[in-house]
Write a protein that binds this ligand. Structure first.
Ligand SMILES: C[C@H](O)[C@H](O)[C@H]1CNC2=NC(N)=NC(=O)C2=N1
Length: 229
C-alpha cells in the first residue's frame, strides 16, 4: 500500500475544506491506493470535513420576523404588510396630533406584530423576555441612548430578565410618530440582543389595568414633570 505523499496530503486537505461528501473522499483515496487514509478513524476524518467556523442561526418567531420586515422599509414607504392576520382596529387610538397615513399604517403593523394598545388608547405596550438580567440591562441602556437622541422617553419596568415598556407622548398627550419610531427601535434592539420572547403585554388588561408593577407605579400616560412643563 502506497503511503501518502505530501501532494496527497495537500489534495486531501483541499478536498476536505471544500466539504466533499465523505463517501466521495473515501473512494478517491481508495482509487489512489491510499487505503491507510480511507480507513483512518472516523473522528479524524470528521474533524477534517467539519466546517472550521461555527454557524449560528437566529430563529425568529412570526412577530420577530415581522418586526425585521418592518425594519427593512422606511416609515414613508411602508404601506402594506405580508401578514395574513386581520387588520387591527386603530380607530380607537387617541393621537397626540392628527395622524398621517404612514403613522396609521405603521401602528397597524406594530399591533399585528404583538404590540398592544394601552387601556387608555394613547400608548403602545409590549413585554420582552431576555436571557438574563445583563441582557435586559443592555437593552434598556441602548434604548436609553436612543431616547437621548430622539428626546423621548418610555414608561417601563424591569424585573430580572423581563422588560415591560410603554410608548406614549405626554405633551401633547396621545400616541405620536415618535412613539411608533421608538417601538420599532425597541423590537430591532431586542432582536439584535437575542431576545427570548416578545409577547403582547397584558399589563393593562390584567387586574383592570392597575394590577401590575408599572401600573401601580405610574398610571398610563401620567405626568412626568418634564413633559408637562
Ligand atoms: C423638552 C422635551 O423634549 C420634552 O419634554 C419631551 C421629552 N420626552 C418626552 N417623552 C415622552 N414620552 N413624551 C413627551 O411628551 C416627551 N417630551
Amino acid at each position: 500500500m502506497a503511503s501518502p505523499t505530501f501532494t496527497d496530503i495537500l489534495t486531501l486537505h483541499y478536498l476536505s475544506k471544500s466539504r466533499f461528501p465523505r463517501y466521495i473522499m473515501a473512494s478517491l483515496y481508495r482509487l489512489r491506493g491510499l487505503q491507510s487514509i480511507a480507513t483512518r478513524s472516523r473522528s479524524e476524518f470528521t474533524n477534517l470535513t467539519r466546517p472550521t467556523t461555527p454557524r449560528t442561526f437566529l430563529r425568529l418567531n412570526s412577530s420577530q420576523s415581522q418586526a425585521c420586515n418592518m425594519s427593512a422599509t422606511t416609515t414613508q414607504t411602508k404601506t402594506s404588510t405580508t401578514s395574513a392576520s386581520a387588520d387591527p382596529d386603530i380607530s380607537q387610538i387617541s393621537w397626540s396630533s392628527p395622524s398621517t397615513t404612514a403613522a396609521r399604517s405603521n401602528v397597524a403593523d406594530l399591533l399585528k406584530s404583538g404590540w398592544s394598545l394601552s387601556h387608555t388608547k394613547d400608548g403602545l405596550e409590549r413585554e420582552y423576555v431576555f436571557g438574563g438580567f445583563a441582557k435586559a440591562m443592555d437593552f434598556m441602556n441602548q434604548v436609553a441612548q436612543q431616547c437621548r437622541i430622539t428626546r423621548h422617553h418610555p414608561e417601563w419596568a424591569n424585573v430580572y430578565n423581563t422588560v415591560r415598556i410603554r410608548w406614549t407622548t405626554h405633551n401633547p398627550k396621545g400616541l405620536s410618530e415618535k412613539d411608533i419610531e421608538m417601538a420599532r427601535f425597541c423590537d430591532l434592539k431586542a432582536i439584535e440582543l437575542g431576545v427570548k420572547s416578545m409577547s403582547k403585554s397584558d399589563w393593562s388588561a390584567s387586574a383592570g389595568g392597575n394590577g401590575t408593577v408599572l401600573e401601580s407605579m405610574i398610571p398610563a400616560g401620567s405626568a412626568c414633570g418634564v413633559c408637562e412643563k
